[in-house]
Design a protein around this ligand. Structure first.
Ligand SMILES: *Cc1c(COP(=O)(O)O)cnc(C)c1O
Length: 375
């Protein structure tokens, strides 16, 4: 349908930065729903169809995952029900319209539709919702319906496996131009686009290829950079399952940054393990730096990156500047996980100088407004 996705060389960015480094980006925004999430959604719907599952129920935040599953369900004739975090349901409705256009049923979470949702709303009628609440509602619905199963977007081993199509293609594309990557950079929310992008190179790294695999995170939710490697609940409500991975603590509520896909207290266990083993490293950026990178990128290429995808671009720019200082022609490859055309309100805030930065001080988060330089 849209694979293989293109690998572009970002020559205009190299020229703008005056760096001897080569910068490439793998363009996952080419998928119909605009991000890498469809790689797992299609695989899951296909396998569900083979297993006779008639309905898939899921939770979603800004709905990159929900819209991917809605589209894939439509393709395979599987009914899709989505519990969408209430604040996004009302404030960022475009992906909800998209899901409904594909024929999915979408409920705000917390919502009247479930017992758990009703109990949350009884305590707090204005509850904006959270990933944890949405998961609990989706699971309650799955338990009620024997035809239905729960579909997970990004956290599990199978999500990372499905996403390795990104890294496998990129490897072939790099080989075809005779280049080895020195830096592989991707954002980490749960870690599915990072795992899918970098893991196909792990055997090469273990065989001696000098490649740094860097996870790019928001300063406001820097799981790998500031979290601990230990056993914790995967969900926010502490119902389980428990996993061993990097975590900021399951009770940690990340501030409302615009890269909604990166607001998760933990990360996929394989990503946690790879960090703990020293196979991957991580960096964190404040969101104003991230949008500055996104705006620069848009002005040079026309493509507007999703706020999540601005993170690895921001890291790549820093690495390219480092290469310039050291007069080193490093090869930098970025996973461009999705487009930002449905995230334009966030760009509007940035353009108006109204974007807030959040910097972590341990697990306390201080809100401050920074002076911004317009690129
Ligand atoms: C969901 C999402 C992410 C983060 O999720 P991962 O599980 O870390 O891949 C990154 N970019 C985009 C565009 C997303 O939709």
């Amino acid at each position: 349908m849209w694979r293989p996705t293109p690998l572009y060389r970002a020559k205009a960015l190299e020229n703008y930065l005056g760096t001897p480094a080569e910068i490439y980006f793998k363009y996952e925004a080419n998928s119909p729903t605009g991000s890498h999430k469809l790689n797992s959604a299609l695989a899951q719907c296909y396998l569900a169809k083979l297993s006779g599952v008639e309905k898939l129920i899921t939770d979603t935040g800004a709905a990159q995952w929900g819209s991917a599953l809605a589209m894939a369900g439509q393709m395979f004739g599987i009914e899709i029900q989505v519990h969408m975090i209430r604040s996004s349901y009302y404030q960022k409705p475009y992906r909800r319209y998209l899901m409904e256009t594909y024929g999915a049923t979408v409920y705000p979470s917390p919502g009247d539709h479930t017992e758990f949702g009703r109990s949350v709303l009884a305590d707090d009628p204005d509850n904006p919702g959270s990933e944890g609440i949405a998961v609990s509602e989706a699971l309650e619905e799955v338990r009620k319906d024997p035809r239905a199963k729960y579909a997970m977007g990004a956290f599990s081993n199978h999500n990372l496996l499905h996403q390795t199509v990104i890294g496998q293609e990129t490897k072939k594309q790099m080989a075809s131009i005779g280049r080895d990557p020195e830096y592989l950079i991707a954002s980490v929310g749960c870690g599915s686009n990072m795992g899918g992008f970098v893991f196909p190179w792990l055997p090469d790294q273990l065989d001696g290829l000098d490649v740094s695999m860097i996870a790019s995170e928001p300063e406001a939710c820097a799981t790998l950079t500031r979290g601990e490697y230990r056993t914790d609940f995967a969900d926010a409500t502490g119902k389980g399952p428990m996993v061993r991975t990097y975590t900021l603590g399951h009770e940690f509520v990340p501030p409302e940054i615009h890269a909604g896909g990166l607001r998760y207290h933990g990360c996929a266990p394989l990503i946690g393990l790879a960090k703990d083993e020293g196979l991957i490293s991580s960096v964190a950026h404040p969101q104003t730096d991230v949008f500055k990178a996104g705006k620069l990128f848009a002005s040079l290429f026309g493509f507007v990156p999703a706020p999540e995808a601005c993170h690895p671009l921001c890291t790549a720019i820093e690495k390219a500047q480092e290469c310039k200082r050291m007069n080193h022609s490093g090869v930098i490859v970025v996973n461009y996980s999705g487009h930002g055309l449905l995230d334009l309100p966030a760009y509007d805030r940035f353009n108006q100088g109204q974007l807030e930065d959040y910097r972590a001080t341990g697990q306390e988060h201080q809100r401050r407004r920074t002076d911004m330089e317009v690129v």
